[in-house]
Design a binder for this molecule. Structure first.
Ligand code: SF4
Length: 353
């Protein structure tokens, strides 16, 4: 699904979550820029329909914008829907800003998808992050949206103060029970100027290392695959991090999603290769072109590590292989079936130095 994003950084938000750089960025984006949004949409959306995409209002708490601003933005977007140039409209917001009247307003104005910043389903973690809502309010909001026929996305932030690997998996499993349509997973990073930065500088918060974040996100992604739960984003986009003035600490990496997918492939390949350890005969594994980058790993980390175990290992691109499949001689393997054979210890072996 193509998304045409309009960013409204922190518009509408009355909160101060400890990880959010709201005060600094609101100084930069204080005006409601309807004209700029109108021209951005006109530039982004092709005039020839029918369009399958969605216009998305991201970055603030949409449902806490003044009703007149919400209405103006949604009417602008609906114009594109009515002309058949996009299929729907999505907004992002907080769970406690989705009361019945707010959801009804969205429905009446053509919103089809709502992304909720859930962050965690552990009340201690939500409290420590200063979120100002509990896990139950996220579950209630999901229920209200579902009753109104909305598509639902959830954002999770493993690694907040008070979080742990277990908490991240608990929150993920609670999210599965709530049955959203898709997830975004953003491991917590420390932005300059936030309360989290102050906690970190005073030694009261330890961000996850890149290794830790990749490991836990690989476990989370594996669970999502098992549940057929789409994950539409893993880690911040580089542009988000740069627009916020860089990252002070924490597991930000411009190719975070690839690190996580490569971590999964490493585990899968270990289960395929471990019976061959130290074999020097050539061992050819055919892979699809689309998977090659993830299989080799960022800066070829996977291949170097795997070749130290199986020196004769060679990957060959095979254009007749479907994505996420491997072939060895006449045998075909799928990533998920290999992952099911991977013991947890192997997946947690650190490969990123
Ligand atoms: S609710 Fe969202 S926009 Fe508001 S302070 Fe928290 S993270 Fe930032």
């Amino acid at each position: 699904m193509q998304v045409f994003p309009i960013f409204l950084p922190h518009h509408g938000c009355p909160h101060r979550c400890c990880f959010c750089d709201q005060r600094r960025t609101t100084q930069q984006f204080c005006a409601f820029e309807h004209d700029r949004i109108e021209s951005d949409l006109a530039d982004m959306i092709p005039e020839e329909g029918p369009g399958e995409g969605e216009i998305a209002f991201y970055g603030g708490t949409f449902t806490l914008l003044p009703p007149g601003e919400q209405k103006a933005l949604l009417e602008l977007a609906l114009g594109y829907v009515n002309r058949g140039l996009v299929r729907g409209v999505r907004v992002s917001t907080r769970p406690d800003a989705l009361e019945d009247c707010q959801v009804e307003f969205l429905v009446r104005h053509g919103v089809t998808t709502v992304e909720i910043g859930a962050q965690s389903f552990d009340d201690r973690v939500l409290n420590a992050a200063g979120r100002g809502h509990d896990a139950a309010s996220t579950l209630d909001a999901i229920e209200r949206l579902r009753k109104n026929g909305m598509k639902i996305g959830l954002q999770l932030m493993p690694g907040l103060p008070g979080s742990s690997f277990d908490e991240a998996l608990f929150s993920l499993r609670t999210a599965f029970e709530a049955r959203p349509d898709f997830l975004r997973i953003y491991p917590t990073v420390v932005f300059p100027g936030t309360e989290l930065e102050s906690l970190w500088r005073r030694g009261l918060y330890r961000p996850w290392s890149l290794n830790e974040a990749v490991d836990i996100c690989a476990d989370m992604l594996k669970e999502c695959r098992r549940q057929s739960m789409p994950v539409i984003r893993l880690g911040l986009q580089q542009v988000d991090a740069l627009e916020r003035g860089g990252v002070a600490a924490g597991p930000h990496h411009p190719a975070f999603g690839q690190l996580v997918r490569s971590r999964l492939w490493y585990g899968a390949l270990m289960s395929l290769l471990s019976p061959l350890q130290n074999g020097t005969k050539p061992f050819r594994v055919r892979v699809s072109r689309a998977d090659l980058g993830d299989i080799l790993g960022h800066r070829r980390t996977n291949i170097e590590k795997l070749r130290s175990l199986v020196p004769g290992l060679v990957f060959e691109i095979s254009d007749d292989l479907r994505r996420e499949h491997l072939a060895v001689e006449n045998r075909l393997f799928h990533l998920d079936s290999l992952l099911q054979q991977t013991p947890r210890e192997e997946r947690h072996e650190s490969i990123f130095g």
